[in-house]
Design a protein around this ligand. Structure first.
Ligand SMILES: C[S@@+](CC[C@H](N)C(=O)[O-])C[C@H]1O[C@@H](n2cnc3c(N)ncnc32)[C@H](O)[C@@H]1O
Length: 215
């Protein structure tokens, strides 16, 4: 193994994710804009319509959901990649929104217990190394009765599509930690949230989840 190969083998999963997303940051907006039109259409609006008051977006990326939050919401964003976060800062400034943007790990949120009314995570539990740990943290920082809003791609309900996703993720998990057959809903139940509404679209490959932390 080469010395850079050995260094990569020693890299933690979070460090790998940061490296991968720092590299992807300059091209992310262009790439995801295409998938927002063809695959996730209406997802950011759906999340934004349900978010209220003190909103935490976990793994906020370049801040593409910021435009959809109510004007009177107070928004905080946590993100592992400094390069993604730098673009989110520019986006917030362009929108004239005062957003508290912090570097941090979804699995160890740098936030107090019961400090948010809404927690959002969009298109990120597919890539966060331990989605169960991240959901546990989201529950911790929500007030009792607070809302959890998720948007993500998941394994299809159509076996041929699921099989293609499974094959694809044999490459993407190794290369970038990106999963295509993960499903967050069972983890949301297991974390002790009460599920209020769910929607599945695009051959079951996209799921929206609205759940609450029990009071
Ligand atoms: C596909 S992007 C989605 C970004 C944004 N949520 C959106 O809707 O466009 C996935 C993001 O998850 C972030 N991420 C991955 N693992 C993370 C972790 N453990 N903690 C915080 N952010 C993480 C990546 O840096 C990247 O910005």
């Amino acid at each position: 193994m080469t010395s850079s190969g050995k260094a990569r083998a020693r890299e933690t999963l979070a460090a790998r994710q940061q490296r991968v997303w720092d590299k992807s940051a300059p091209s992310y907006d262009k790439q995801i804009a295409f998938f927002e039109k063809t695959w996730f259409g209406g997802g950011r609006e759906w999340v934004g319509e349900r978010a209220h008051s003190r909103v935490l977006e976990v793994a906020i990326g370049t801040g593409r959901s910021l435009a959809y939050y109510p004007a009177d919401a107070t928004v905080t964003g946590i993100e592992l990649s400094p390069a993604m976060l730098a673009i989110a800062r520019q986006r917030a400034a362009g929108l004239g929104r005062d957003v508290d943007l912090r570097e941090g790990d979804a699995e160890h949120l740098p936030c107090g217990d019961a400090s948010f009314d809404t927690v959002v995570c969009a298109l990120s539990l597919c890539t966060i190394p331990s989605p169960a740990a991240a959901l546990g943290e989201m529950k911790r920082v929500l007030v009792p009765g607070g809302r959890l809003l998720l948007l993500d791609h998941i394994g299809s309900t159509w076996p041929p599509v699921y099989a293609a996703q499974w094959l694809l993720e044999r490459i993407t998990i190794r290369a970038a930690g990106e999963h295509f057959t993960r499903r967050q809903l069972p983890l949301v139940h297991a974390a002790g949230f009460q599920v209020v509404e769910t929607e599945r679209h695009k051959a079951g490959t996209v799921e929206r989840v609205h759940a609450v932390k029990p009071a």
